[in-house]
Design a protein around this ligand. Sequence first.
Ligand code: EAX
Length: 324
Amino acid sequence: MKRTLAMALMVMSTVAFAADDFKATYKLTMTQTAQHPYGVGAQKLADIVKERTNGRIQIKPFNDSVLAKGEREMLEGLQQGTIDIYVGSTGPVGNFSPSMLIVDIPFLFRDNAHVDKVLDGPIGKQLLADVDKSGFKGLAFWENGWRHLTNNKVAAKTPEEAKGLKIRTMENKAHILAFKTAGLNPTPMAYSEVYSALQVGVIDGQENPVAVFYASKLYETQKYFALTGHVYSPALVLFSQKKWDRIPKDDQEIIAKAAQEVALFERKLNRDDEEKKLKEMEGKGLVVVRDVNKPAWQKSMQPAFDEFAKQFGKDKIDAIINTK
Ligand code: EAX
């Protein structure tokens, strides 16, 4: 009896929130600046959703970690419902949705075409669906980018040369293990603390894609940028499940579709600008190390790769490698 009443009330409340009356404003969080591709993409997402809902749904981007000091804290905010939307790397997401960790295994993806095939295909769709079990609604894969090692001590063409460097990593088990295996000294840290940690010398280096390094002006603290491309870092757009469940279905569709459309725009923006940004930073005195010994880096991380192959199942890794 009680259950029937509760269900009737649920139906009534859905009717009461038919799309035309529904109004809401959502806080979107990121570690990155408004000029970074995440920032530009988030503003585009906000504009599209506003237009298609006639201003009923507003998305407000908050840049530069102002809502939480790092991506793990942002994800906790989404679970609690204090933050509504996450645009950030998959880095810490594996701590909440274990299957996601697979995409952060170093030397897994070959190139951008491979990335797009996997993330936009059945494997990516399944990983997004898995996220839904952790208090998030997974909307789309955007892009953070290929991560490269930077520091102010050595060129780091090989892992031997980089041996013992104290580098900041994301709070990601695959990255931490890979760098340990390669002989470096990885220290996980929230993104908003990286600039000052580099500046005061608590760490020697860090690793991030060109766009992140450029937008946050990390080149002001670093001498060498080695194009190691050791791991591809996907980005995710996630909605707080608590908030998502209260949105009428038609509006959910508008938001989900917009997030997918912006994915293509944001990835292209990120990729098109990389070389220009590298050149500009070289002009400011950054040493861009282009002749990195990638096979040596890959070999140094192979034991970590094998360990993860065991953990996730070789079949799952092979399904990604064999996607063409
Ligand atoms: O999502 O923490 C990091 O190094 C990330 O690359 C950054 O927050 C972008």
